[in-house]
Design a binder for this molecule. Sequence first.
Ligand code: SF4
Length: 666
Amino acid sequence: MNIRKAKSAGYCFGVNKAVNTAYEASENSNEKVYTLGPLIHNVHVTNELKEKGVSIIDNLDDIDEGTVIIRSHGVGKEIYEKIKKKNLKLIDATCPYVKSIQNKVEKYHNKGYTIIIVGDSDHPEVKGVNGWCENKAKVIFTKEEAKNFKTDENVCVVAQTTIIEALFDDITNIIKDNCANVVIFNTICNATSVRQEEASLIASEVEAMVVVGDTHSSNTKKLVEISKSKCDNVFFVETASDLDDAIKKYNNIGLTAGASTPTQLIEEVINTMDNNMVDSFEKNIEESIKEIREGDIVEGEIVMVDHNEVTMNIGYKSDGIVKKADFLYDLMEDLTSKAAKGDKVKVMVMKMNDGTGNVSLSKIKVDELGALDEAKEKFDSKETVKAKITKVVKGGLIVDLGFIKAFMPASYYDVRFIKDFDSLLGKEIECRIVEFDKQKNKIIVSRKILLEEAYKERKAKEKELKEAAIAALEIGKEVEAPIKNITNFGMFIDLNGVDGFIHISDIAWKRVGNINDLYKVGDSVKAIVTELDKDNYKVKLSVKDLTKEPWQEFIENYSVGQTVKATIKNTTNFGAFAEIIPDVEGLIHISQLSHDRVNNVEDAVKTGDEVNVKIIDINKDKRKVSLSIKETMDPPKRKIERNKLYHKEDSNVTLGDIFGDLLKSE
Ligand code: SF4
């Protein structure tokens, strides 16, 4: 037989407070103690209190001295006045929730509102609340009564704390339709709705439902009503002796109890069902199969989850409860998003009875045991683990490894000094378990060790690459590599981890003023190895040696008398310099620019002009070339005409004809 007991079964907050108050008063008071009406709707409790000297009175007129306890239902204002008038001592055990309703009613009554109490007019709580508006409230308990109520006055609606919420909603909807100005306070006690919802849920999932409580208790009767709407087999019992044999045939039984049912009575009912109602043969088998002890690890199924705890079926006679703190490490997380009905979870039995008849369980203990084993494994294997920094503590950090928490001393975080550890909160890191002591539950992790290892590994890799790179180099070898750095005197290129140096004078055959005019860091450069010291990883290279020296190339390919194309590079007052091939220039003297007289070089050529020139001289010693534009041109036409005149057309003319005047003058 599996008994699923509602967590909300038994005393609510208000009743618990009132009962405790009464027991305390019975022990501490030297005079008679009275409760105005039965403290709760449970004869077992009221009888016990009576034995302890706490009597029930129905009317203050019955006493002239002593202490009066006002029960959790509360009383009307006139009762307080009467107690005062009679000089009686007062212990007010009115439930704070009920007191809040009384305050609202008094406030709105004083404002002139008509007060409507949705509830049972015979219920003491309703009578008490009515006493805070001069007993002028309209008490409505059915939809019919609501339909018949109409007014143009302002209306304030409150609820009896124990009525069913759906009924309150129906009635207030009707009131809203029928009245012009309505203020509604849903004062149904949360304890009541929680109890009713849980009863409804359990009743819908079990074969039979047991409701424990006094037959006069209205909230217990409502639980019976709700249970019957969800389950065909409902047993309403006041005590264990009321249990019917018919319940024997059910294996899956739910149990709830009214707000005024003492825990002791609930336990008795559960124990009776366990011990007496099950056939001994069946019971023996069940006990042998489902015997559990504190410290056992069992697998159970989640049957219910709320924000504070998880209820589990662990195959035992009563359900197991895992409190949120025993289920989650991070209490900021929402339990309902981490556990779901039907989930199978391994838990450790912490207590066979948590005080309410349920077994106290812990998932965290199981997780921790598993986590310690896992941590040991990772410690032994030196595995890298992921962690989240969750807390800064004295001397270091607390990190969450996902399966267990660990400590990281401050000096184990980085190879560098860290000033502000708070800024690391929430950061996800990788680390290694460097110390593990299962007995002391001590797990120390280090991130620094991984950084140091990574650094060493990187350095070893770099060395390997460097050695391979230097081994592959030879003098005269042509390489291509990116520029790492540029200085005034040269530049460094990266030869796969080995620095190669190119002096500024080795960059080009012509003079280089500023390397930055030609290259920038990152550019790829082709060069030839000119010097190599493999032991010390020193490499010198030259870019210019990749090409033949321009002068050498010139004298091998050009000779005097050749006409070539050249580009004017600059002009002076004595001529112009023209480039024949890159880095080889020749001078065109001003007298060689034209057959005509040239006074200004710029009148004949300009920088950038491309011209035909004849090589008229090569001075190999001085590495000088003389060029001529004039030599590439025919002489001026007018001289030819004149020559023709002298030699062809006037062939009969004598020297005297030509030079006669000159001869005469001499
Ligand atoms: S049911 Fe709610 S209002 Fe009523 S006594 Fe209990 S806690 Fe107070």
